[in-house]
Design a protein around this ligand. Structure first.
Ligand code: FNR
Length: 190
């Protein structure tokens, strides 16, 4: 059975560099034999996490849908922007809501996650990934060591959608390979 990998970006901005990075990872993972699904968080609008809201109305349906999607995949690739050296609120809010979904949905347990970041800056937004890594570890996911930082992102992607720079492409390929090598056997595949 091929590995099932979900991909998402922590941005819904038109022309988002991180959507481009997620698309590039999608291509690399598919070439490596994975069965991939790419989603936009824009299709899962959520209110800001609020425990009163949860008490009154329960976990929003979109958070439950996301949790079920996470549970139905072996791996997750997240391409996240860096906002002031940390996680963009769109992504943190989604991660938090999913962590509040009913516990019988195994959204995070055994989920292997690979991270990437794209920014027009010189560091590619990788400082934010330390925080993202920590949050995902806290909810029970396992995160691969390799990560892909795409700097100077406005001009980084070639016509084929992949990073044009050899070093950046290798980094993305290594990150995707590590994701596939570190999946939990039997999680979503049957
Ligand atoms: C940013 N941006 C940014 N970039 C960076 O490299 N390091 C940073 O700390 C920040 N901080 C930051 C804070 C806020 C509030 C915003 C809105 C933006 C710039 C950011 O990387 C840039 O807008 C990216 O293009 C966002 O990713 P997408 O939307 O292109 O995927």
């Amino acid at each position: 059975m091929p590995a099932k990998v979900l991909l998402l970006a922590g941005s819904v901005r038109s022309g988002s560099f991180n959507v481009s990075l997620a698309q590039a990872a999608n291509k690399v993972l598919a070439e490596m034999g994975a069965e991939t699904t790419m989603i936009s968080l824009g299709d899962y609008p959520l209110p800001l996490v609020d425990e009163d809201l949860k008490s009154e109305k329960g976990v929003p349906e979109n958070a439950v849908r996301l949790a079920r999607l996470f549970a139905a995949h072996d791996g997750l690739f997240i391409a996240s922007p860096e906002y002031n050296s940390s996680i963009p609120p769109l992504l943190k809010n989604a991660i938090d809501w999913v962590s509040l979904a009913p516990k019988d949905i195994k959204a995070y347990a055994g989920l292997t996650v690979a991270l990437g970041a794209a920014s027009n800056g010189a560091l590619g937004g990788i400082r934010g990934l330390y925080h993202l890594r920590s949050v995902l570890m806290n909810v029970g996911a396992q995160i691969v060591t390799e990560q892909a930082g795409i700097s100077r992102a406005a001009t980084a992607f070639g016509e084929d959608g992949l990073p044009a720079d050899e070093r950046q492409l290798k980094m993305l390929q290594n990150t995707c390979r590590s994701l596939l090598e570190n999946l939990t056997e039997g999680r979503a595949r049957s």
